[in-house]
Design a protein around this ligand. Structure first.
Ligand SMILES: Nc1ncnc2c1ncn2[C@@H]1O[C@H](COP(=O)(O)OP(=O)(O)OP(=O)(O)O)[C@@H](O)[C@H]1O
Ligand SMILES: [Mg+2]
Length: 248
């Protein structure tokens, strides 16, 4: 396996006249939990969708586990687990059946799958609801199911787009513990979130992007020191809040 888990080089993505990603460079290590932060429309989901092979870049390159996301897209898909910003699931199946379906699609053997799903459900605190039909779930429940659908095949790399949105504080902490454990086992994880306290306690490093460009990179502590801020939220607001306060 490659030395770095994810490499993004001079990545550009244009949609007609919108430049969604504008020359992004990033390297993410194995066992690193990386927070991709930025205001609405900054280019986070677009970047993740290029890494997960759904979108093709306009310029530049990106690789996962040493495999090019365009040339070796099949290999990349084998390595990754994807939790999309908009959860996608079958409402008429139970939460458990949705997770099983994804495990089957990835070729996880049945006996391994059953045991793994029991373990995952317990860790993410879904025991009481897992056999209900997914269309009956609350927003936070479906997010947790969606996170497990992304991870049931034990991928090497996880791309999690706002996995904890709409979760209550207890559920969110369960997901944090769960994600930490994955990282400790060597998984490389990119997580996007608008909760700065989440990024601060969870992420080894964060990258703040704005208008498709990286404007800050480092551990939460490094950024708080550098920008003389009390917390990561203050860093974020200092760096990205100008347009709103100056009315540009
Ligand atoms: N399919 C598309 N066609 C046209 N423009 C798009 C498309 N997808 C994204 N964009 C534009 O690209 C920019 C980046 O969008 P993106 O979804 O990557 O932002 P984001 O950082 O994930 O934002 P959010 O925090 O709101 O999820 C936005 O200006 C958006 O309108
Ligand atoms: Mg997004």
């Amino acid at each position: 396996m490659s030395e770095t888990a994810i490499t993004i080089s001079n990545l550009v993505k244009r949609f007609d006249d919108v430049v969604a990603v504008d020359g992004l460079d990033l390297e993410i290590k194995w066992g690193e939990l990386f927070g991709l932060l930025g205001p609405n429309g900054a280019g986070k989901t677009t970047t993740l969708n290029i890494l997960n092979t759904l979108l093709e870049m306009t310029e530049g390159s990106a690789s996962v586990g040493g495999y090019d996301v365009v040339e070796d897209a099949d290999k990349v898909r084998e390595l990754i687990g994807v939790c999309p910003q908009e959860p996608s699931y079958y409402g008429f199946l139970s939460g458990r059946e949705n997770i099983e379906l994804f495990g089957d699609l990835h070729g996880v053997p049945k006996d391994v799958l059953d045991e793994r799903i029991d373990d995952l459900i317990r860790k993410i605190g879904l025991e009481d609801h897992i056999n209900r039909r997914a269309k009956e779930y609350s927003g936070g429940m479906i997010r947790r199911v969606s996170t497990l659908m992304a991870l049931v095949h034990d991928p090497k790399v996880a791309l999690l787009d706002e996995p904890t949105v709409a979760m209550d504080p207890v559920s969110r902490r369960a997901v944090w513990d769960f994600i930490r454990e994955l990282k400790d086992n060597g998984m490389a994880i990119i997580l996007t979130t608008h909760y700065m306290e989440e990024a601060e306690v969870l992420c080894d490093r964060v990258g703040i992007i704005d208008e498709g460009r990286l404007i800050a990179l480092g551990s939460p502590k490094e950024l708080m020191d550098k920008y003389e801020a009390e917390d990561l939220e203050e860093v974020f607001i200092k760096l990205t809040g100008k347009k709103l306060t100056e009315g540009v």
